[in-house]
Ligand binder design. Structure first.
Ligand code: SAH
Ligand code: SF4
Length: 357
């Protein structure tokens, strides 16, 4: 064990405190922040605006630790997947999903997940622990290392343009670290990813939705997956604690502060479970009842051994989408990317665990 302080994950104020404890002037804290998050430097020797003495002093007191890349795979559709390992040996996977001239990095917030959604492989793995703010930020920094996007490029020149917090774990069960991490990632003097380019997905921890949306300013996605409590409770145990009325009320509160905000609802298409025309109409009624400015993502289900669900047929998905479109809602169909390397949501890390186990 080292008694050095890890810098990644400290807020700007905490970095300032550390620098003042060393007896250095405040502007050094600003420079250090930029070395860490604008230049992406992880070696004190490369911080050339600091004297040799200061560099040595920093190295004596601090560490800058990235998660380690254990393995990486690139799919035939260019989806890029990494298995990352933290200092204590715990692992998560990260995925980069490229589009034409940009793309989204999918990051995790916990090792495992306590929510136990029945369709999700992560949910069958139980929660091991929360990730720290530094571990959440560190994932994206590894992606920038790999894609050579340091120093921080202007928006237009980034391949890693967007972030989706949709990997392992339930972000609203790790609120403090998630808020801290989002504020580091969006800081304009550092990594500088715009809040509008980050989407945080939650299974619906109702009392935390407004708090986290307000504290981070990032876009919100709700993993809804069902239009009624009866269906939702069957596939998402968390619905018993926070039923639809509470989740929808939280969405309404969130939107009442700024009517221009829309909320994305993730909707996994499970054959014979939630994919009927009646279900589509129930979904529309639910949105109308709470006056939600909604957009849907209809997600093709990725089956895994022992899951007990089947994906809906293309015909059923299109029929469902048509009903939503007819009522004025956007409802694009999301087909899984990187299937050959098992890069789909809810399947992350599972293959490797099976191999180890
Ligand atoms: N815990 C958060 C964020 C991570 S899950 C949440 O649930 O929103 C990210 C998305 O992957 C969720 O919408 C989830 O429902 C979806 N997902 C889980 N298992 C899946 C599977 N087998 N196939 C396709 N999508 C899945
Ligand atoms: Fe957890 Fe999200 Fe998977 Fe549900 S879908 S078990 S909340 S990671």
């Amino acid at each position: 064990m080292t008694d050095k302080t890890e810098l990644l994950g400290l807020s700007k104020e905490e970095i300032a405190e550390q620098i003042s404890k060393l007896g250095e002037k405040p502007f050094r804290a600003k420079q250090l922040w930029q070395w860490l998050y604008y230049h992406g430097v992880s070696d004190f020797e490369k911080m050339t605006s600091f004297s040799k003495d200061l560099r040595a002093k920093l190295a004596e007191n601090f560490t800058i630790t990235r998660p380690k890349i254990v393995t990486e795979q690139i799919s035939i559709d260019k989806t890029h997947k990494w298995l990352l390992e933290f200092a204590d040996g715990q692992r998560v996977e990260m995925v980069y999903i490229p589009e034409e001239d940009r793309g989204a990095v999918c990051i995790s917030t916990q090792v495992g997940c306590a929510m136990g959604c029945r369709f999700c492989h992560t949910g069958s793995q139980k929660l091991t622990r929360n990730l720290s703010a530094g571990e959440i930020v560190g994932q994206f920094m590894v992606a920038r290392d790999v894609y050579n996007e340091w120093p921080t490029k202007t928006d237009e020149n980034r391949m890693l343009s967007n972030i989706v917090v949709m990997g392992m774990g339930e972000p609203l069960q790790n609120v403090e670290n998630v808020i801290k991490a989002m504020n580091i990632i969006t800081d304009g003097e550092g990594i500088s990813v715009s809040r509008r380019r980050i989407t945080l997905s939650t299974s619906g921890i109702a009392p935390k939705i407004v708090e986290v949306a307000e504290a981070t300013g990032v876009r919100l996605a709700i993993s809804l997956h069902a239009p009624t409590d009866e269906i939702r409770s069957q596939i998402m145990p968390i619905n018993k604690k926070y039923p639809l009325a509470e989740v929808m009320k939280a969405c309404q509160d969130y939107q009442s502060k700024d009517g221009s905000r829309y909320i994305t609802f993730e909707y996994l298409m499970l054959n014979g479970v939630n994919d009927s025309i009646e279900n589509a109409n129930q979904l529309i009624n639910l949105m109308k009842k709470y006056q939600i400015n909604a957009k849907f993502n209809l997600i093709a289900f990725n089956p895994w051994p022992g899951c007990g669900f089947e994906p809906s047929s293309n015909n059923r998905i299109h029929a469902f989408a048509k009903v939503l479109n007819h009522a004025g809602y956007a409802a694009p169909i999301r087909t899984p990317r990187g299937q050959d390397i098992l890069a789909a949501c809810g399947q992350l890390k599972s293959k490797k665990d099976q191999q180890q186990g």
